[in-house]
Design a protein around this ligand. Structure first.
Ligand SMILES: [Zn+2]
Length: 181
């Protein structure tokens, strides 16, 4: 009788440890969607467009200092230094902070201003704020989902829109068509 009881106990223990193993494996395999400039970012998603309301004190822990300074404190990268300034691969541009879709490479044009420029944005991707800093009247472009600073928009762009989205490379994350397939 006690032998049977022991057998049952051992079987239960083995089953429990197996269950634990599969649980550990599951969490290891869950996609993290991390990119090179963010640490463990639980807010990052390329599909969820729900508005985020995350304080800067939290973003500061997640983002690299460079991304934090530009995306959250509206700093500007030096002209002609951004990795997407002279860059013409086919693909999609996302917000580096939250993964929201912002631009398609079709709307990128070579501008001489020193920053990556687009004549059209994803309407669901961006929002606008009036910016009067430095005594200038400008329109700031932010990510519609996480409110991160992307750059400014001007009305001296090429056809068909005449609009120039002047963006910081640091705020963008490019995913090439070949990578996403
Ligand atoms: Zn964003």
């Amino acid at each position: 009788m006690s032998f049977i009881l022991m057998k049952v106990l051992i079987t239960i223990l083995v089953l429990m440890s197996l269950q634990m193993c599969t649980q550990i494996k599951k969490s290891e395999n869950s996609p993290k969607m991390e990119n090179s400039t963010t640490k463990n970012n639980p807010y990052y998603s390329r599909t969820d467009r729900t508005k985020l309301n995350v304080p800067n004190s939290e973003w500061e822990k997640i983002l690299s200092p460079e991304v934090y300074a530009i995306a959250r404190e509206a700093d500007t990268e030096r002209p002609f230094t951004g990795k997407y300034n002279e860059f013409d691969e086919l693909g999609e541009y996302y917000c580096i902070v939250c993964g929201n879709h912002l631009f398609r490479s079709d709307s990128k044009f070579s501008s001489t201003c020193g920053w990556p420029s687009f004549f059209e944005a994803d309407k669901e991707g961006v929002a606008y704020h009036r910016d009067t800093k430095f005594g200038m009247e400008r329109i700031e472009v932010v990510c519609k989902r996480c409110d991160s600073h992307l750059g400014h928009v001007f009305n001296d762009g090429p056809p068909p829109t005449g609009t120039r989205y002047c963006m910081n490379s640091v705020s963008l994350e490019f995913v090439g068509d070949s990578e996403s397939k």
